[in-house]
Design a protein around this ligand. Structure first.
Ligand code: FAD
Ligand code: NAD
Length: 367
């Protein structure tokens, strides 16, 4: 019986091979996983070094080689989703015959737990920086040509900078360049740009350094991480998003996905907690979206409003939640996502549980 188990485990381990034509090198990874997709393949090819990582549930398979000869900067990735075959296609710089793919290095040909895999960073160029509010900016970074990286909904990346001689790392959640007001515009997810909405704190170590970056400067961006599963929202009929401040960032892709791809979705509601009116991120865009899509509703709640604020005020509480968190029908499948300052998220989850929502119906975004 042991033998059978061992061979079954071996059969699940991906393998790789490579072949060439006069002008191309193709590295093929046989993942043996049926539902491969773009988000599960991360490729980086820079300065003759190729790194290809395949994410398979909680595991990661890695191909890491110092290539035998130089290749051009561009890399193409082909995925045969049903059979789980991934092709990484490189262009030879010189049309010569390669005797070998190259020298293995690092963790080449290993299949290990994702959590045991060291985070990989590549340098990305800052291409634009636009104001969102008085203290929050939308940063757009460009991936290098040799990188194939798609950040899944609900996941974050780490940014790394050297600040006064010391390496500093902080997590950020990619957003879209705008909300899905015009469906044609969504073709803007080009796989090349990463948009981050970041609040600059006046005493913030990392955000001050980010704010001082010039267009054209580089920042290291990691592979994605996070435990949100798209399937959670794919089945939901009522989506409720509770956001505090920049806790809005994971909600952007989530809302876009729900409104454009989830056919069973009946309602989507964002309850957005901020200190003042000036702090509300993408207020106009959210109001426009609510006008355009009748399934979507937004509620702003301020904790430090000025006297002329006629809307809701207060901090997250049982009474506010019981007023705004509701199923559209008695038996609807609901998903409640919550993200913001840690006490906000912790209190929110507790209130939701007290209101009778189950663990499976709640997703809290945390570090
Ligand atoms: P710090 O130097 O750490 O301090 C920031 C400010 O907050 C300072 O004014 C400081 O006085 C104060 N402060 C520090 N710690 C505390 C505390 N415990 N309680 C109260 N005040 C405190 N931020 C975004 O803007 N956009 C995002 O998309 C985003 N995504 C994130 C995703 C994840 C998974 C997590 C965990 C955090 C995310 N953050 C995001 C927050 C981000 O990682 C940083 O924490 C933030 O940018 C502040 O970094 P800093 O080094 O500039 O600030
Ligand atoms: P903020 O200080 O402007 O607060 C926004 C609102 O959150 C407040 O108006 C209030 O309603 C609520 N709030 C704040 N402190 C609270 C408390 N102690 N108890 C109850 N409610 C409270 O928020 P900010 O400066 O934009 O910070 C956003 C936070 O979200 C950061 O801590 C950031 O790390 C976190 N964040 C986490 C993730 C993640 O885990 N995936 C992603 C993005 C942001």
């Amino acid at each position: 019986e042991k033998k059978v188990l061992a061979s079954a485990a071996k059969d699940l381990t991906p393998s790789y091979d490579w072949f060439q034509t006069d002008s191309l090198i193709t590295v093929v990874i046989y993942t043996k996983q049926k539902d491969m997709n773009e988000e599960l393949v991360i490729v980086d090819c820079q300065d003759k070094r190729l790194r290809g990582e395949i994410i398979m549930d909680d595991y990661s398979y890695l191909v890491e080689v110092d290539l035998d000869h130089a290749v051009s900067e561009e890399v193409a990735v082909n995925i045969a989703e049903k059979i789980g075959k991934v092709e990484i296609i490189l262009k030879k710089k010189d049309n010569i015959h390669w005797k070998m793919l190259g020298q293995p290095w690092g963790c080449h040909n290993t299949f290990i737990k994702r959590t045991d895999r060291e985070l990989f960073y590549r340098k990305c160029k800052l291409v634009s920086k636009t104001e969102v509010t008085h203290d929050t900016k939308l940063f757009c970074f460009m991936l290098p040509k040799g990188t194939h990286l798609r950040i899944p909904i609900g996941q974050h990346v780490y940014l790394k900078q050297i600040i006064t001689g010391t390496e500093a790392v902080k997590p950020y959640t990619p957003v879209l360049p705008f909300l899905p007001l015009d469906f044609q515009e969504t073709s803007h997810h080009d796989g090349v740009h990463i948009y981050l909405m970041i609040k600059i704190y006046s005493c913030g170590l990392f955000t001050q350094a980010l704010d001082h970056l010039q267009i054209g400067d580089y920042v290291s961006v990691s592979n994605p991480e996070g435990n949100f599963k798209k399937s959670q929202v794919q089945a939901s009929e009522d989506l409720i998003l509770l956001a505090g401040g920049t806790g809005f960032t994971p909600m952007v892709k989530l809302l876009n996905f729900a409104l454009t791809e989830v056919s069973c979705l009946r309602t989507a509601k964002l309850i957005f907690f901020n200190k003042t009116e000036d702090d509300i991120l993408w207020r106009n865009e959210l109001e426009q979206l609510a006008l355009k899509d009748e399934r979507f509703e937004v509620q702003f709640i301020l904790s430090q409003p000025t006297k002329d604020w006629v809307g809701k005020q207060g901090k997250i509480s049982s009474s506010l939640l019981s007023e705004f968190v509701k199923r559209s029908r008695k038996d609807s499948k609901v998903l409640i996502c919550i993200c913001g300052p840690t006490p906000f998220t912790e209190q929110g989850v507790q209130y939701l549980k007290n209101l009778g929502y189950s663990q499976e119906e709640i997703h809290a975004f945390t570090a």
